[in-house]
Structure formats: C-alpha cells, structure tokens
Design a protein around this ligand. Structure first.
Ligand code: KMH
Ligand code: ZN
Length: 305
C-alpha cells in the first residue's frame, strides 16, 4: 500500500531581534512592512509565521504588546497561517518584558527558549559597519558580555502561562543541554505530546551547524522524546538552506525567514521573506516533499485553532 506523503511545516521568522535595519533594506520593521512580508510569506507557502515586533521609527526590537497589536488583527484577518509570538524577544531584554505579548495576546503558538546561553552577535560587527542608529552598534557590541537568561524558573513561568491560555510552544533548543531541559519539563507533566522542537544551529554560543551537529541533535531528541515530538530546524546565517535540506531529507520540518538569515545565496541579500520560503519549497520539492497547510499543522501540533 502506498504510504501517505509526509507533509512538511515551513515556519517563517519574519523579522526577529538579531538583525538590524542597517544590515538590509529588506528587513521588515514597520507594522505595514511586517504585514506585507508576512502575507507574502504565507502566500508563498509558510505554514507558521513566527513574529517579533519593532519600534517603527528606529527598528529597535520591542515586546510592548501594543506593537504586536499594530499588526496581529490584520494578519488574523488576512491569512489562515498559524501565528506564533516570540517570548525570546531580544536577548537584551528581561524575561518579564519578553513574555508580555504571549501572556496578554494568548496566541496559538509562542516560542520558548530552553536554556541560558551566551548569545554572540558581535562577529557581525566585522561585516556590518555602517549603522543609521546608535542602538544597532551597541546591540552587537554588548553581545560580547551578554547572557540570554532562561532559567528553570523562567521557563516554568512561561510554560504555565501558555498552558493556562491554551498556547502551545515552539521549543527553541540551541544545544543538546536544552533538549535535556525540555525532557525535564516533559517528565514533570508540564509539556505534553505532540510538541514542536525547533533545533537551532550555527549561532555563536550554541551548537554548530555541521551535519554531525544536526544528526546529533536529532539522535538525542529521538532518544529522549521518541514519537512525542515534531522536529524542526533552523540554521543561522549562511547555514540556513544547508541545514533545512539535511533535516528535510531526514524527516524534519523547516524554518526560514530574515530573523535567521538575511541572505538568499552567498553574498546576495534576500529581497523578502517570501524569497526564502520559495527557496525552501524548491528544496522540499526536490526531495518530493509536500508542504503542510496551516490546518494540517494545527492537527499535527494539537493547536487550539
Ligand atoms: N532568533 C532565534 C535563533 C525567539 O524568538 O524566541 C531563535 C528565536 C528566539 O526565534
Ligand atoms: Zn524569534
């Protein structure tokens, strides 16, 4: 009997909090830009939109729930894509600040970062030198001495808020220890199957993006979670497409978007998030894989809809 074809969830992380506006004219910053690029990405096949907000004047990341309210209703109205709000915000923010949009706006999905870590943005200082705003240079320079704080108490607090609101999570795991942290919360009954594990590769401070790193994260997650989890990957910067290709070939789901990489090919900036979604689709199609619709993803992940 022919097996039903596996459907792959494409997440698109539209703007994030790592890259700054001077790095690319295509990075969406204002609510209108975030709406336009999100809708184009969904149209191109993105199943889940992972969303951050920015101050429209300076482009600086903000977790003010009103900044999310400036684009969420329009997105809800215009697309069926699953909307996923960050609780990572920017690693420069406090956890209290970071969790406000998810706590107040009760999305279907929110991200949850599974451990504290160094967050090395400063290597970008070598590549990008011309900044329109002072905060951009400081954002990179300060990352030499930056700990992205996600203690067990922080994680538990966000988990309990999400569980009370019917919000499910994109569990961001930047290293094997984060998978073990997640297993701890599964053991305590605070995380229930099926859950989405977003393994993150190639960020300085986390695991690398070598094929062995990808294989090792998958092996470890398989051993810890069996079939209770849905695996997705993202590769930072130049690793983006190689990492998704490897994972897609091994049963994984994929994340792209200008949060994770500004590029579409070596030395060429992506002109939009949709560009990267289209490229991910080409890779999937080359592997004879179909993309999951938002409703299929809701079913796979047990979302409230
Ligand atoms: N920026 C990423 C590598 C979050 O928003 O919670 C992971 C992320 C964090 O998307
Ligand atoms: Zn994010």
């Amino acid at each position: 009997m022919p097996q039903p074809k596996r459907k792959v969830i494409i997440s698109c992380a539209v703007t994030g909090a790592i890259h700054t506006p001077s790095m690319s004219p295509h990075l969406p910053v204002t609510p209108a830009q975030i709406i336009q690029q999100s809708l184009e990405a969904a149209e191109a096949g993105a199943t889940i939109l992972h969303l951050h907000a920015r101050d429209p004047e300076t482009g600086r990341p903000t977790q003010d729930p009103d900044a999310f309210r400036a684009f969420l209703p329009q997105l809800k109205q215009a697309t069926g894509a699953v909307l996923n709000l960050t609780t990572g915000g920017s690693p420069h923010m406090t956890v209290e600040e970071r969790m406000r949009p998810a706590a107040e706006l009760k999305p279907e999905v929110a991200s949850l970062n599974m451990g504290s870590m160094n967050f090395g943005l400063y290597p970008m200082l070598g590549r990008f030198t011309d900044f329109k705003h002072d905060w951009e240079r400081q954002h990179l320079e300060n990352s030499r001495d930056l700990v992205f704080k996600n203690t067990f108490a922080d994680i538990e607090h966000i988990l309990k808020i999400g569980n009370a609101n019917g919000t499910r999570f994109e569990f961001e795991c930047y290293d094997t220890s984060h998978l073990y942290n997640l297993a701890h919360f599964v053991d305590r009954g605070l995380v229930k199957a099926p859950f989405l594990v977003q393994t993150v590769f190639g960020l300085l401070g986390g695991i690398g993006a070598h094929p062995e790193d990808v294989a090792h994260m998958k092996r470890t997650a398989d051993r810890l979670f069996g079939d209770a989890y849905i695996w997705s990957v993202l590769g930072a910067g130049r690793n983006q497409m190689a990492v998704i290709a490897q994972a897609a070939a091994q049963g994984g789901n994929v994340r792209v978007g200008l949060e994770d990489s500004l590029w579409i090919s070596p030395g060429k900036l992506a002109e939009s998030n949709a560009d990267q979604v289209r490229k991910a689709r080409e890779i999937l199609s080359g592997l004879s894989l179909d993309v999951a619709t938002p409703d299929e993803a809701r079913e796979m992940l047990g979302l409230k809809g």
